[in-house]
Design a protein around this ligand. Structure first.
Ligand code: SAH
Length: 232
């Protein structure tokens, strides 16, 4: 009985935290975990329970893809969670893992909007379910700063985040995806691959390209809905 009650409480806390992370700025998220570090464990436990239920975890799809890169390629994992990418690929590949709290020695604590890397050092930047915070367009701009010319940006996001308020019809989702791709195009990322075949998430691969002046003056931020996980 007590275990059941605790599980319910933790599930409620997870959903509350999830909502905070999706509806506030990244600075607020930094502050939240800095003030109460214990919350990070609650978040991650809840997150892992959610993803476990999915037929496929996108981070494993990404790892498979990264393994095809030349050894010693430099990879940035923004919002790395438990840093599975680094734990799987290091030291054959060079992985920099960033998140708001440190769950193991692979993680560097940093806001994705401002990571401790020099300009143009990464071959690949990864965001796996981690475009959280209302200012996530700053994360993508930061990834662009640290990517080498022609570097790759891999994004996996929950499908429902691309739907409109009316629901999650295929049509509204595709509209949301189109907007997302357009706004990344405006900040200098060219879409190379897109996979919408999975039931839970969408996966994109973009390439960093030079920005023409015209596009630069036409910048617009991407919009994504908060991802609401159902009650368990
Ligand atoms: N990429 C991991 C974890 C996804 S959960 C995986 O696929 O398993 C989303 C992660 O993004 C969480 O760990 C959360 O703490 C992190 N995150 C959210 N906002 C962030 C920010 N501003 N900077 C760094 N990490 C952030």
């Amino acid at each position: 009985m007590q275990a059941k009650f605790r599980a319910k409480l933790e599930s409620g806390q997870f959903r509350w935290l999830n909502e905070q992370l999706y509806t506030k700025s990244s600075e607020d998220a930094v502050k939240l975990f800095a003030d109460t570090p214990k919350l990070f464990d609650v978040y991650h436990k809840g997150f892992e329970l959610q993803v476990e239920k999915w037929p496929l975890n996108p981070v494993n799809v990404i790892i498979k893809r990264l393994k095809k890169l030349p050894e010693k390629s430099s990879i940035g994992d923004f919002g790395c969670g438990n840093a599975l990418i680094a734990r799987t690929l290091s030291p054959k590949w060079i992985v920099h893992s960033f998140d708001l709290a440190e769950t193991n020695e692979f993680v560097t604590v940093a806001n994705s909007a401002s990571v401790p890397l020099q300009d143009q050092v990464l071959d690949v930047a990864v965001f796996c379910l981690s475009l959280m915070g209302i200012d996530f367009h700053r994360f993508i701009e930061e990834a662009r700063r640290v990517l080498k010319p022609n570097g790759l940006l891999i994004v996996a996001e929950v499908k429902s985040r691309f739907g409109n308020e009316a629901g999650s019809s295929e049509e509204s989702m595709l509209g949301g995806i189109k907007e997302f791709k357009r706004s990344l195009g405006n900040i200098g990322f060219k879409l190379e691959q897109e996979d919408t075949s999975n039931t839970m998430f969408v996966m994109f691969q973009f390439r960093k390209i030079e920005l023409t002046d015209k596009k630069q003056s036409n910048q617009q931020s991407a919009v994504l809905k908060a991802c609401i996980y159902k009650r368990r």
